[in-house]
Design a protein around this ligand. Sequence first.
Ligand SMILES: NC(=O)c1ccc[n+]([C@@H]2O[C@H](COP(=O)([O-])OP(=O)(O)OC[C@H]3O[C@@H](n4cnc5c(N)ncnc54)[C@H](O)[C@@H]3O)[C@@H](O)[C@H]2O)c1
Length: 268
Amino acid sequence: MNHNKNNKLFDVREKIIIITGGSGNLGSIYAEHLVNEGALVYNLDIKDPKKNKTSSAKNYNFLQADLTKRNAIKIALEEVVKTSGIPDALINNAALDSPPGDQAIINGRFEDYPEDAWDDVIEVNLKSIFLCCQVIGASMSKNNNGGSIVNISSHYGIVSPDQRIYSYRKQEFNKPISYATSKSGVLNLTRYLSTYWGSKNIRVNTLTLGGVFDGQDEQFVNNYSSKVPLGRMATKEEYCGAIQFLISSASSYMTGANLILDGGWTAW
Ligand SMILES: NC(=O)c1ccc[n+]([C@@H]2O[C@H](COP(=O)([O-])OP(=O)(O)OC[C@H]3O[C@@H](n4cnc5c(N)ncnc54)[C@H](O)[C@@H]3O)[C@@H](O)[C@H]2O)c1
């Protein structure tokens, strides 16, 4: 472990942290970072994580759960409480997206967007957060230690996706309405629960992220980057600092807020 002993403000050592979707692109990076900082990390995901140094760490656990099912969340929480105790933090990170060129959406026109795709995205991106907060947040709120809930949104939850950056592709593609709508729902779910649990010192904040470079084609990266004041996509590692800030005492007076890390996308 390479945690910094002098950095009490941002200290997450021995904090019991549940992260949802921790097998994914970004969740696995947050899990690795928090494990290295000495937290006790529980990854709740429907799919297995890749085997790596983190997955074999003593302070890392994977619990398979479909987070759209209340009972699966309850079973996972019982396991966390039994082995470690009531969680100090919950990072609601699991989501369904539609990356550029997604074959599931053959015709990207809004008029043709399939109803079942809408349902699937809303189920995971909103309902699972509602359920995780109801089950895990409720348990945290009964603990007298307070806690922190971080709900992950996207710049597409604040402004509409700019479909022009996708339109160079031969096949028509639009960033789907379900993703944008669900991500903006996260903002007010956060505000609602921050006021509801304020007296219990459960802080609830949104972390809004911009697009991350993940091997997308050059044209897309150029189109995307031209919309970003910092002139580039994010790297996978660039959100770890904000995650740690939000679950540590460094953000002790912050609740109901939206921390935006989007390279400035929403600034102009
Ligand atoms: N990658 C980006 O560019 C970007 C940009 C802005 C916001 N975000 C947000 O960051 C978060 C993580 O994104 P990512 O790129 O790592 O996505 P990802 O698709 O790589 O990971 C999402 C994880 O959620 C899990 N998941 C999906 N449905 C589930 C269910 N029903 N039950 C349990 N787990 C389930 C998946 O198995 C996967 O491991 C998401 O909320 C996303 O909207 C990502």
